[in-house]
Design a protein around this ligand. Structure first.
Ligand SMILES: [Zn+2]
Length: 185
């Protein structure tokens, strides 16, 4: 999927992008970075992750990380010598959960299921508009630790960081989307 198509899914229609030769070229990651540089920092990281499936690792990421780290530190949630690094791994997982949109396993993202001729709303209790949160086991695997290590050292911090992100990311993202809409109009 092209960058334009991914942006379109976020509600950003690329209508006025000319490449350096004055023609209409495909949007490159550099073009997206240039457009995002005009938007709020946290929003830059969120949009970049959604479109490029990786972290921008710039000011916005650092801002999100320092907010998450202060909470983890204040609550003494990670009792390990490598706590700052562990917090970063957890934050990356939480950001992935927020931006990568894992499809619900029951409906596959469609929000409904069909049996024979009957179609009904997805019955999964974990289904949120066709999306789902990953399980602890999936996150443990992604971080590269055992399930029990995850439960002991990571899960509480994950929940707190995830709550924190839920509070700050949606606004930052919608502001950045408005910023991109203006840019590409
Ligand atoms: Zn579902």
């Amino acid at each position: 999927m092209s960058i334009e198509e991914k942006l379109c899914r976020l509600g950003v229609k690329v209508q006025s992008f000319g490449d350096t030769y004055g023609g209409y070229g495909a949007l490159t990651p550099q073009d997206l970075a240039a457009a995002l540089s005009l938007c709020n920092k946290v929003g830059q990281e969120v949009i970049w992750r959604r479109v490029m499936q990786e972290s921008l690792r710039e000011e916005g990421y650092n801002e999100i990380y320092s907010g998450a780290w202060n909470i983890v530190l204040g609550k003494k949630l990670i009792k390990r010598p490598d706590a700052p690094l562990v917090a970063m791994k957890i934050l990356d997982e939480a950001l992935d959960d927020y931006t990568q949109q894992y499809n619900c396993r029951t409906c596959g993202g469609k929000q409904y299921v069909t049996r024979g001729t009957v179609t009904r709303a997805c019955p999964s209790t974990g289904c949120r508009d066709g999306k789902r949160l990953r399980t602890d086991a999936e996150r443990a695997k992604s971080i590269g630790v055992s399930r029990s290590t995850y439960s002991e050292s990571y899960r509480d911090a994950y929940n707190v960081i995830n709550d924190h992100l839920t509070g700050i990311l949606p606004n930052a993202e919608s502001e950045a989307i408005s910023c991109l809409i203006r840019y590409f109009r």
